[in-house]
Design a protein around this ligand. Structure first.
Ligand code: GLU
Length: 280
C-alpha cells in the first residue's frame, strides 16, 4: 500500500517553526516510503480564516524544500460535510443545541481534552433546529452503542482504545461554520486517501472522535503518527502571540529555508526550543 500523508494548516495566522517541523515530519514520512505528500488548507473557520494566507503557506513550504503532490482546500468540500451531517442525523445520532460557551462553562462539572465537557443539556430536549442558530452535537453514548468498542493505532504510541466519551457530546456541525474540525478533517482524510495521519500530540485525543466518525460513516481507517511539538523554555507550544517569528518573516529576511529544514530533521533547534508535549 502506498503511504499518503498530509500537512493541513489552518489559515488563521502565519506558519511558524512548529508548523515547519510538522510539515517536515509529514513530508519525510511519505518520501522515505516512496509515497505521496498532500497539502490541505483548512479554511472553513469563518471569521478567523484568512484564505489569502494560503499563498504564503505555499511559499513557506517551497522555501523549506518540501514539494507536495496535490493540494485541496476545505472550502471546496462543503457538500461533503453537509451530506455526512445529514447521514448522521438520519441515523438519529445528532441533536441540535443552542447553548452558548458561557452557559456550558457554567453548567459543566468536568474538564475534557478541549475544555469543559458539555453536560448534555439539550440532549432529549425539543430544540427548534433553526439554521445558523443551533449547533449539532453527537450523542456519543448512542454512537458508541452503535459501533461497539473501537481501536486505533499510533505509529509511536502503539495500539489505542478509542475513548470519544472523554470529550462528551462534541459539536459535529457548528453554528457559524459548515462543519467541525473533527468532521471535516475525518471526511477529507478519507476522500484524499490519506493512509498515515501525521500531526502534533496536541491532537492525539481528537483521534478518539475521528475513529468513532470513521466507524459511523463507514470510512477507511488510516494509521496515525502523533509527533512531539516544538515547545519554548516553559514547555509551551510555540505561538506567534508568544513571539515565535513566522516562517514568512524568516523567509523574507533571507534565512536559508533548506538549512532550516535540515536543522529540524537533525533535532538541532534554536536556543530555548525543544520537543515536548506542549502544555498550555
Ligand atoms: N488544521 C489543524 C491545525 O492547523 C491541523 C489538523 C490536523 O492535522 O488534523 O492545527
Amino acid at each position: 500500500m502506498t503511504i499518503r500523508t498530509r500537512f493541513a494548516p489552518s489559515p488563521n495566522g502565519p506558519l511558524h517553526l512548529g508548523h515547519a517541523y510538522a510539515a517536515v515530519v509529514a513530508h519525510d514520512l511519505a518520501r522515505e516510503a516512496g509515497g505521496q505528500f498532500l497539502l490541505r488548507i483548512e479554511d472553513i473557520d469563518g471569521a478567523r480564516s484568512r484564505p489569502e494566507l494560503a499563498e504564503a503557506f505555499r511559499a513557506d513550504l517551497q522555501w523549506l524544500g518540501l514539494q507536495w503532490d496535490a493540494e485541496s482546500a476545505q472550502s471546496a468540500n462543503l457538500d461533503r460535510y453537509a451530506a455526512a451531517g445529514e447521514r448522521l442525523k438520519a441515523m438519529g445520532l445528532l441533536y441540535p443545541c443552542r447553548c452558548t460557551r458561557a452557559e456550558i462553562a457554567a453548567a459543566a462539572s468536568k474538564m475534557g481534552p478541549d475544555g469543559p465537557i458539555y453536560p448534555g443539556t439539550c440532549r432529549g430536549r425539543r430544540v427548534e433546529p433553526v439554521e445558523g442558530e443551533v449547533a449539532w452535537r453527537l450523542d456519543v453514548d448512542r454512537a458508541l452503542a452503535h459501533t461497539g468498542a473501537l481501536v486505533w493505532e499510533d505509529a509511536l504510541a502503539g495500539p489505542q482504545t478509542a475513548r470519544p466519551d472523554l470529550f462528551g457530546d462534541v459539536v459535529i456541525l457548528r453554528k457559524e461554520a459548515p462543519a467541525s474540525y473533527h468532521l471535516a478533517a475525518t471526511l477529507d482524510d478519507a476522500a484524499d486517501g490519506v493512509t498515515l495521519v501525521t500531526r502534533g500530540m496536541d491532537l492525539f485525543a481528537a483521534t478518539h472522535i475521528h475513529r468513532l466518525l470513521q466507524a459511523l460513516l463507514g470510512l477507511p481507517v488510516p494509521r496515525w503518527h502523533h509527533h512531539l511539538l516544538l515547545v519554548d523554555a516553559q514547555g509551551r507550544k510555540l505561538a506567534k502571540r508568544r513571539g515565535s517569528p513566522s516562517l514568512e518573516d524568516r523567509r523574507t529576511a533571507g534565512e536559508d529555508g533548506l538549512a532550516l529544514a535540515a536543522a529540524l530533521r537533525a533535532g538541532d533547534f534554536p536556543a530555548g526550543i525543544s520537543l515536548g508535549e506542549g502544555v498550555g
